[in-house]
Ligand binder design. Structure first.
Ligand code: ATP
Ligand code: MG
Length: 447
């Protein structure tokens, strides 16, 4: 049964205006797919028989950006709304596994739908014409099936980015690749090498932020595809840890840990990288597997691969910080927590706690005993912040100038402040100006 498709007012307005000018126009791609699935639509793509020059004429008085005029795309903006209008087109020969040598405009909607990647993305809709679904995309949506339009291997050879898009659509929407599409995802994975790191990065992040229940099977079924981007994944697949902490092999553990965190890029990436160094430092003695030197290996892998994938510095730094410290000690202890809040800052500490919880959730049930402790540590840390307790120099009731006035010079000033902060955190003294001065005078010699 086809569900009723309701387009945004703006998309309807665009289609009606094009039709009134004598052209054909349809909503296509993600907006139709998502409407049928009854989930929110992120952007409206309109396919039209008008060529860009004609489209621009129809929308005189609207703000127009020539976002991809060579490929037939103009973006129309009006009163805060945006829609991309692309002329019906067919793609020429592909020579670099990504870009067609040329595109040709066509008056034929069917040809335009045939160039699209997956059947679920190749459905067109307009109020006047209804659904145009020549590749049975609606049936595939209803059966949760991801299927290439046409021959899957050829489609991935034309443009290997579709391989990453495929994994992304599965992990975000819960589709399962049908047999030939699944086989082609595996068989053509090596072509990903031809795709720019920026494009891979963007698809990878969207994929990793899919719903855990959808992401899990994708990561379990396609590690070889991801291994083209991050080769250290492959040695983890099937690598038994032989320790009583784990009942899963390294890749199974990694996947479960990824899926146990919130869909936030830095957390999901941190879990992806957190154990990738293990197969490179495995030792077996006293009946148990050990991973000495793991900390520096995992950091190096994370650094190398994130740089290769051109991650922005912020994401890179947060992920690396989490990967480096994913096994540090975290306890529900106010003194330790205040020191950690001071050292790592609020955001990193809370993320580290989340990473610890996700990591433990993916361990053997007998090794999950610390999860409650981590949860209560997070509560305690929130409390410290809410109560405005002192854990940093900023919150200390005395500053450098006050210390200088007491006769301290140069490095002594910083040392005195640190000494006082430490005493406050350890509960030796209250954080008020007079007590701090007094404490400093009495303990001057001990510093
Ligand atoms: P999203 O919800 O992320 O916007 P989308 O399916 O709309 O998903 P877009 O990247 O906006 O994805 O592309 C719009 C449409 O253009 C797709 O649905 C698909 O029909 C087509 N398309 C986009 N990229 C490709 C590609 N690399 N190969 C073939 N068709 C593509
Ligand atoms: Mg879209």
């Amino acid at each position: 049964m086809i569900k009723k498709i309701v387009l945004s007012e703006f998309a309807e307005e665009i289609i009606k205006k094009l039709e009134a000018a004598g052209y054909e126009a349809y909503a296509v791609g993600g907006c139709v797919r998502n409407s049928i699935m009854e989930i929110p639509v992120s952007d409206y793509d309109i396919a039209a028989s008008s060529i860009p020059e004609e489209t621009k004429k129809v929308f005189q008085g609207y703000k127009i950006a020539e976002t991809g005029i060579k490929h037939g795309t103009v973006t129309v903006m009006h009163k805060g709304n945006t829609a991309e209008i692309t002329t019906f087109r067919t793609d020429g020969r592909y020579t670099d596994y990504r870009h067609p040598e040329n595109v040709s405009f066509t008056p034929n909607l069917k040809e335009d739908l045939a160039r699209r990647d997956f059947t679920v993305n190749a459905i067109a809709f307009s109020d006047s014409k209804g659904i145009v679904d020549i590749f049975d995309g609606v049936k595939d949506i209803n059966a949760n099936t991801l299927r290439c339009v046409g021959d899957a291997e050829k489609r991935f050879e034309e443009d290997a980015l579709r391989i990453m898009r495929g994994l992304r659509f599965m992990s975000v929407y819960g589709f399962k690749a049908e047999e030939k599409t699944a086989a082609a995802l595996h068989n053509k994975k090596h072509l990903l090498k031809a795709i720019s790191p920026e494009r891979i990065n963007s698809e990878l992040c969207k994929m990793l932020c899919g719903k855990a229940d959808y992401l899990y099977p994708v990561l379990m079924e396609y590690p070889d595809v991801l291994g083209e981007i991050i080769p250290e994944i492959m040695p983890c697949v099937g690598f038994e840890q032989k320790t009583h902490y784990h009942n899963l092999n390294v890749w199974e553990h990694t996947v479960k840990a990824i899926c146990s965190t919130e869909p936030i890029v830095s957390l999901r990436l941190a879990m992806l990288f957190h154990d990738l160094g293990k197969p490179f430092c495995f030792q077996f003695y006293n009946g148990e597997g050990h991973f000495k030197g793991h900390a520096s290996i995992r950091s190096k892998i994370c650094e190398k691969r994130m740089k290769e994938l051109r991650f922005d510095n912020n994401t890179f730094q947060s992920v690396l910080a989490l990967v480096k410290r994913h096994d540090m000690i975290i306890k529900n202890d106010n003194v330790i927590l205040k020191k950690q809040l001071n050292k790592y800052g609020e955001n990193l500490l809370f993320d580290l706690i989340k990473v610890h919880i996700a990591d433990d959730m993916a361990k053997a049930p007998t090794a999950q005993g610390r999860i409650e402790e981590y949860r209560s540590a997070a509560e305690a840390a929130k409390n410290i912040i809410c109560e405005q307790e002192c854990f940093s120099l900023k919150k200390l009731a005395i500053n450098g100038n006050d210390i200088v006035k007491m006769g301290f010079k140069g490095k002594e000033v910083g040392a005195a402040l640190d000494y006082l902060l430490n005493a406050v955190i350890n509960g030796k003294i209250d954080n008020n100006f007079n007590s701090l001065i007094e404490f400093l005078v009495i303990n001057k010699e001990k510093m």
